[in-house]
Design a protein around this ligand. Structure first.
Ligand SMILES: *Cc1c(COP(=O)(O)O)cnc(C)c1O
Length: 236
């Protein structure tokens, strides 16, 4: 797929606007602009778009579909401008896919079970740094949704702490709707975990907020917004 130039112009404009929106949201909540990282969610979008954003200085990219992601990662490693890309896996983690994830990604944001943590730890290659992980939290408490229940969080944290090939960085949520209450409760849990586990020195990431609710998420302590549509346009 070769994207046309107009789409590329639009892509860069969108990305700059999203960055401004993040900066404004930070200002409004008296936070420093560098406290919030922008993750560009590039699922279903062409490698050329990722490369164009990387050339403009976007570093973090999120992918959901493993096969598609590996193809893009492999293709892009040929380009010097893409060397510094930090790849985040944000799709659901199936047990038989952990090796591919451990071998290709820098972060996994959707860790929710100890069996998956063990496999990622065992399968993380020795020549790579520890895999950064976020625990996906089920904060809305809906049976249909994935994520670790808040009451199961301490046990999962204790397990992950024992795996030296995993670096526990924080929490992520995908609320069912724009839900300020979910943001507030997650921020509170995030702080409680840090207080209860002072030895978690890399506990620094609260991944919440997407195209439709990034401003609210930043007002409630998000340190990473995951933005797809507002940068890349609608997905098929
Ligand atoms: C697709 C996706 C996003 C981006 O959503 P947009 O509404 O397009 O910004 C963020 N987080 C996760 C986990 C996703 O799957």
């Amino acid at each position: 797929m070769s994207p046309d130039n107009i789409a590329m112009d639009k892509l860069i404009t969108n990305w700059q606007q999203v960055k401004e929106q993040v900066e404004q949201a930070c200002q409004q909540s008296s936070r420093q602009a560098d406290e919030v990282k922008l993750l560009a969610v590039s699922k279903t979008k062409a490698s050329e778009m990722i490369l164009a954003l990387a050339k403009h200085g976007q570093r973090d990219f999120g992918e959901n579909y493993l096969q598609e992601a590996i193809e893009k990662i492999t293709e892009l490693c040929k380009f010097p401008e893409a060397q510094n890309i930090v790849w985040h896996y944000i799709g659901s983690v199936q047990r038989n896919k952990t090796r591919d994830i451990a071998e290709h990604f820098d972060w996994v944001q959707t860790l929710e079970r100890d069996i998956i943590a063990k496999r990622l730890h065992d399968q993380r290659p020795e020549n790579m740094p520890p895999l950064n992980v976020l625990i996906q939290l089920n904060i809305d408490d809906e049976d249909s949704k994935s994520g670790c229940k808040p009451e199961q969080l301490p046990e999962l944290i204790a397990t992950i702490k024992s795996y030296e090939r995993l670096q526990l960085r924080g929490l992520m949520i995908i609320p069912a709707k724009v839900d300020t209450d979910a943001f507030t409760r997650t921020q509170q849990l995030f702080d409680e975990v840090q207080q209860a586990n002072p030895e978690l020195t890399a506990w620094d990431t609260l991944s919440m907020g997407m195209s439709g609710d990034m401003t609210e998420a930043i007002a409630n302590g998000s340190t990473m917004v995951r933005v797809g549509t507002a940068i890349f346009g609608a997905r098929d």
